[in-house]
Design a protein around this ligand. Structure first.
Ligand code: IDP
Ligand code: MG
Length: 153
């Protein structure tokens, strides 16, 4: 089993629309597990660091102001190949094009307000985790009891 850790944000639009439980529930149902979870209002510093790769894009200002506009939930979610599994579960960036069955496809019709962020690589997951959980604070190393039943490969 190739355990990976993904940094997930339940974005302000999803929090305001009361989708925290629904979104976390999907990851739990999939057999992934939570390694860290914080409910917070992102600062400008969080936002600029998290979206640093987009700083030259025309939508950067709107993106930073959206992500800092209201509370969000930051999580580290772990499991077998968690990075690609979670990217597939959230779907493509634009909710209008995201297929049904994905989080973005089921709950949104927007490119900006697309409910959730998830790391696109193991390397970026580590960088992003250090932004939301500096010095590893809040990260819990634990074993879930159903692991043997989830991996019969
Ligand atoms: P991703 O979240 O699917 O990885 P990225 O291209 O990394 O998508 O973009 C980061 C976030 O920036 C998106 O989730 C979305 O909220 C926002 N975004 C991306 N492209 C646009 C755009 O063209 N206009 C407005 N917001 C955008
Ligand atoms: Mg991205």
């Amino acid at each position: 089993m190739a355990v990976e850790h993904s940094l997930v944000l339940i974005k302000p639009d999803a929090v305001q629309r009361r989708f925290i439980g629904e979104i976390i529930g999907r990851f739990e149902q999939k057999g992934l597990s939570i390694s860290a979870m914080r409910f917070l209002q992102a600062t400008q510093t969080h936002a600029e660091a998290h979206y640093a790769v987009h700083r030259d894009k025309p939508f950067f200002g709107a993106l930073v102001s959206f992500i800092t506009s209201s509370p969000l939930v930051a999580l580290i979610i772990s499991g077998d190949e968690a990075v690609s599994v979670i990217r597939n579960m959230i779907g493509p960036t634009d909710g209008r094009k995201a297929p049904p069955g994905t989080i973005r496809g089921d709950f949104g019709c927007s490119l900006g307000a697309n409910l959730v962020h998830a790391s696109d690589s193991v390397e970026n997951a580590e960088i992003e985790a250090s932004i939301w959980f500096p010095n590893g604070e809040g990260i819990v190393d634990w074993k879930i009891c159903d692991e043997a039943w989830l991996d019969a490969d």
